[in-house]
Design a protein around this ligand. Structure first.
Ligand code: ZN
Length: 413
């Protein structure tokens, strides 16, 4: 898929980002190929590449003679060590921090429990401690660190850098997290909701590399997501797009905290999966390994136990997980019908051990239900970044902010 640059003047920053993006997404690419993919003139590409080489962000890496008799072409690659970014994922239960290189590859990752139920100031202090420890372990000079990207629960007011009443953080009303974290760490801070960050992480270093249109589903305590459309992260009017978890799948279903009824999230959440397994076990099914331990201690039942049992093929656990996967699949079909994306990436802790069951259910649905299947079948994959997608995504926010072509650069202020 071609992402066009433009040869008009005053768009140098945008063109630079288009070229850099193309080099980042390719596994070695020549100047000629960049020109073909971007529609930029050979002179424009050559000028931009010269500057990127001078700055050390890009390096020349070998010569490609496979071009079929033409002149050998020098391959260009990102110089991964030319800069680093710090990613921080704030899950209400856990803080994870990683330092990544320019290809989005984590060099050091550390995690620790989040201070639960405490004031924002205490959480920020804990975040700053963790960032300091990770940078110390990575042993990097501050000058190499381009910034800190925070992936945290939304909704987020991007303009102000505020977290606005996230559902699982009681008392967090309009917290200026971006400014607080910037003051505490001395680093420039970019902030985004965790699912969007993870989608950006997938675009830089995961399944979405080079894919023009994809949707990322993050299935965890809730269900969030991110949309990349025509190579751009689609954010929507209030910058909170892709709330897949609050799509209504049962009109008269349970009330959701968001105000809607029968939201996907209320039906596939860890609590819902445990409750459904509980209900089935009370009917005394004989074909499950869960029944004996459940009789002895019903509290043994939790989301992870159900997932592990389903992964081992336990019929009761597998039926519950497959039902949840069907719900997710229905929403995926709606998303495919609305957005016409080429790829669905499934990630998040909530599908650990049962990734394949979710992928299979969704793949079957997208090959049989969306209208566009007659043109081509949407690909479905599990996130290669796994539970670390959000922290890699946090770091990728920084890189994305600096390097990715944003059409908004071209718009008048
Ligand atoms: Zn809802």
């Amino acid at each position: 898929m071609r992402q066009s640059g433009t040869n008009l003047p005053k768009v140098g920053r945008y063109n630079r980002a288009v070229v850099l993006d193309r080099i980042q997404l390719a596994d070695g690419i020549s100047r000629q190929e960049i020109a073909q993919h971007t529609g930029l003139t050979a002179q424009t590409v050559s000028g931009i590449v010269r500057k990127l080489l001078d700055e050390g962000i890009v390096r020349e890496d070998g010569v490609d003679r496979s071009g079929g008799g033409g002149r050998p072409r020098t391959r260009l690659r990102i110089n991964p060590g030319a800069g680093n970014a710090v990613g921080l994922h704030f899950d209400p239960a856990e803080l994870t921090c990683a330092v990544v290189d320019l290809l989005g590859r984590p060099l050091i990752t550390q995690r620790r429990p989040a201070p639960l139920g405490t004031a924002p100031a205490d959480v920020v202090a804990a975040m700053a401690d963790l960032v300091r420890d990770v940078l110390a372990e990575a042993d990097l000079p501050r000058s190499r660190v381009l910034g800190l990207g925070l992936a945290c629960p939304g909704p987020i007011d991007q303009e102000l850098g505020f977290v606005v009443e996230p559902p699982r953080l009681v008392g967090w009303n309009r917290v200026p997290l971006q400014r607080m974290l910037c003051e505490a760490t001395g680093l420039p801070v970019t902030i985004d909701n965790d699912a969007t960050a993870a989608a950006i992480g997938e675009r830089w270093a995961g399944a979405g590399r080079g894919v023009a249109n994809f949707a990322y589903f993050c299935i965890g305590t809730g269900v969030g997501g991110g949309l990349v459309l025509n190579h751009q992260v689609y954010r929507g009017g209030s910058l909170n797009a892709a709330e897949f978890g609050h799509t209504s799948v049962l009109e008269d279903g349970p009330q959701c905290y968001c105000g809607n009824r029968g939201c996907l999230e209320t039906l596939v959440s860890p609590e819902a999966i445990v409750a459904e397994t509980y209900r089935r076990l009370q009917q005394q099914p004989t074909d499950t390994v869960l029944l004996e331990p459940f009789r002895r201690d019903p509290d043994m039942l939790n989301h992870a136990v159900v997932r592990v049992a389903a992964a081992d093929g336990d019929p009761v656990a597998a039926a519950v997980i497959d039902e949840a996967a069907q719900r997710v699949a229905s929403v995926v079909v709606n998303v495919v019908n609305v957005t016409d994306v080429d790829l669905i990436v499934l990630g998040g802790r909530g599908i650990r051990h049962v990734e394949q069951r979710y992928v299979d259910a969704v793949a079957t649905a997208v090959s049989t239900r969306p209208l566009s299947r007659h043109i081509r079948v949407v690909e479905v994959t599990h996130s290669p970044l796994g539970p670390d997608a959000a922290v890699v995504g946090g770091a990728a926010l920084v890189l994305h902010h600096i390097f990715s072509p944003q059409l908004s650069v071209l718009l008048p202020n």
